[in-house]
Design a protein around this ligand. Structure first.
Ligand SMILES: Nc1nc2c(c(=O)[nH]1)N[C@H]1C(S)=C(S)[C@@H](COP(=O)(O)O)O[C@H]1N2
Ligand SMILES: [Mo]
Length: 329
């Protein structure tokens, strides 16, 4: 709506001093509401059984109760749910932004198994409902910045990936963690097109996987993950470009050598293994200095400046000390 932008047509972003307290206030309100709901319903100590009944075989739209972790509530306004669920990259369901919302109904997120394997002492195949019981579910509001130059702010629900790593007990040979998505042509129509070398594969260095920010994600906006967002379980790595956050995981594999990753194989000169959000290292075909925030963009909305490590530098910059981030892009 045009009127909204009156007075700042040619301005920069809305001054932080103006936008910040309000968005932060709204996010805080989400936090308090969630906390209140927990107290009121007594769901804080929700048992596995209670949870299992809440997640029917077709878990679509099932409520998921999680306390908001106040350490991860940014100043940014949360992106509307309709944008988060209708503007997606999930090539297993097509390459257009609207394809996953159109096509992902054929994904069957239950029953679902995820295998934790490779260089570990405790290899284990988890059922999705076991994953939900491993640790208290947390809501965390993270920015997600796609390599294409847009971003969103998403209230995820999950547990630290470190919980899985700890239980797996990696051997001394485990230097990296590989994430492998489902590749089932009967559920994923996009697999008939060999755009990527399916299954979709991603990876992290062990210390990145252990970082407290790295979230094994099972929900968003107070519900189980919608299919188009990677049901029933995905990883979310907020300081890296969106493609590192692999969806609909069936394997978490601990390995000695840097694993092959789908986008790096597709175009090695354009998508590196690290793929940290970095406004100073351009993609060969476009700048990475700015981004469009989905849901708040209008004709006159100025782009935002992209932040180093997507704004999470305090928590992750030390992982890359002494590394040349232009060479290790
Ligand atoms: N399996 C799989 N995971 C994937 C993708 C994909 O195509 N397949 N796309 C990635 C990209 S490019 C982005 S930006 C994010 C988008 O996540 P969202 O749709 O939940 O916002 O998912 C990532 N994970
Ligand atoms: Mo992306």
């Amino acid at each position: 709506m045009l009127i909204k932008h009156k007075g700042r047509l040619f301005g920069d972003e809305i001054p932080r001093s103006e936008i910040t307290p309000r968005a932060f206030f709204e996010n805080r309100r989400r936090v308090l509401k969630a906390a209140g709901a927990l107290a009121a319903t007594g769901l804080a100590g929700l048992s596995g059984e209670a949870f299992a009944t809440m997640t029917s075989p077709d878990a679509k739209g099932q409520k998921l109760t999680a306390a908001t972790n106040t350490k991860f509530v940014p100043m940014d306004k949360v992106t509307p749910l309709k944008d988060i669920t209708s503007y997606n990259n999930f090539y297993e369901f097509g390459t257009d932004k609207g394809d996953p919302a159109q096509n992902a109904h054929s994904l069957r997120p239950r029953p679902w198994k995820i295998s934790v394997e490779g260089e570990v002492k405790n290899a284990k195949v988890y059922d999705i409902d076991e994953i939900l019981k491993l640790a208290p579910l947390e809501e965390r509001i993270y920015r997600l910045r796609c390599v294409e130059g847009w971003s969103m702010v998403i209230p995820w629900i999950g547990i630290p990936l470190a919980e899985i790593v700890r239980r797996a007990q990696p051997t001394g040979n485990a230097k990296y963690v590989q994430f492998i998505s489902l590749a089932d042509p009967s559920q994923m129509p996009g697999l008939s097109t060999p755009i990527l070398d399916w299954p979709y594969s991603e990876g992290l260095r062990m210390d990145e996987a252990m970082n407290p920010l790295t979230l094994l994600t099972v929900g968003l906006y107070g519900e189980v993950l919608p299919n188009q967002n990677g049901a029933p379980v995905r990883v979310v790595v907020p300081w890296k470009y969106g493609f590192k956050s692999a969806k609909s995981l069936v394997k978490i594999r601990f390995v000695e050598k840097e694993p092959k990753t789908s986008w790096n194989e597709y175009a090695p000169a354009e998508y590196g293994f690290y793929s940290n959000v970095n406004p100073n290292v351009d993609h060969p075909r476009w700048s990475q200095a700015t981004e469009r925030r989905i849901g708040e963009d209008g004709f006159f909305t100025p782009k935002r400046k992209t932040l180093m490590f997507n704004g999470y530098g305090d928590q992750v910059a030390s992982l890359y000390q002494g590394m040349n981030l232009k060479a290790n892009f």
